[in-house]
Design a protein around this ligand. Sequence first.
Ligand SMILES: Cc1ncc(COP(=O)(O)O)c(C=O)c1O
Length: 377
Amino acid sequence: MSIQEFADLTLFITGPTFVRPEIRRAASLPEFGHRDAENLKRFVPIMDGLREIAGCGGDYHVMLCNGSGSNALETTVRSLVADDECVLNVSIGAFGDLYHKMAVQNGKNAVQLKFAPGEAIDPARLEAALMEHKPAVVTFTHNETSTGVLNDLRAVCALVRKHGALPLADGVSLLGGAPIDLTGSGAATYVTSTQKSLALPAGFGVLFANDEAVEKAKAVKNRGFTTDLLAQLASAEKHQTLTTPNTTLANQMAVQIDHIVHEEGVVKRFARHAAMRDMTHDFVRSLPGYELLAPEGFRSPTMTAVRAPKGVGVAHLKEIKEAMRAKGYLFDIGYSKLNTDLESRGERVLLRLGHMGDITPDMLAAYFEALRPELLK
Ligand SMILES: Cc1ncc(COP(=O)(O)O)c(C=O)c1O
């Protein structure tokens, strides 16, 4: 095999996302020792910038966990649920289910509250579950990537707190593409990944935790090694990672976070995402038979799930994917397990349109122009 065979596709999937040429070039910056002073030159601005993007200043600790978002999510559930406590995992889709799976596989006493694909968290049903199970901890997905549904972070956290539980939020496909205003959100922890709206290759899970979460972890036994929030924090306080980081990614991240904060600016970045979300809605509305899945008011600013017309199945979406590959794009044929379930029930399948990260409105418009005839075939 030759590297000449690696196709240079522009990714319009929901992660990993398109990486700008400047960030590709930053991959050739010098490697460094992660316990050396060179490390600080990368991780001090990375951590400060992440706090600015999240809107939390010094109110949250930020940790970079090696691996990806899942490693940071697992750290929260492993370190913040004690043996005699119940964790309620609220799921509006595949990634809410993933948080539950992590709780179960870490031996936690976990119960799940599930909503149908396309639904956001219904406060009445959440409140009933809180009263029934009396959880100490509640996990939920802020931006559900399998369905493009955005939950109301503040409202969910407030309800969870009203019942005395600690809210842990998964913002993997959101942070960097919309204002989170983490301070005052009520979340005890908030997690993201590098390969989504931050427009970097995968490699770090980013974990924000407030002092309350840190205090709670002290009371939890068997936190594991890489899933020990307190060990991760001890390294993060030195602007380090617990285990050896991918220094190539750290170099790229230092350049990219600087770009987001100081060149593009977070306000402009979030406005660009909002504009691309609106463009995407207009595009979908212009396609006969296609329909936005998420209800008005709960539509993700970073990606959109679309109901395909009746009669369009997964096999047809795969043909569209190949047609788009020939045009230089990677098209998203929807979350595979969800589409298999929908198709087996005779329901309409979903495709997804990623509009996160460093994709520009011009790139998105060109993508839609290339995609339109394929969707209408
Ligand atoms: C909402 C959400 N949570 C969790 C994950 C898992 O993150 P990672 O693949 O970075 O481990 C993803 C990945 O797509 C996601 O979209």
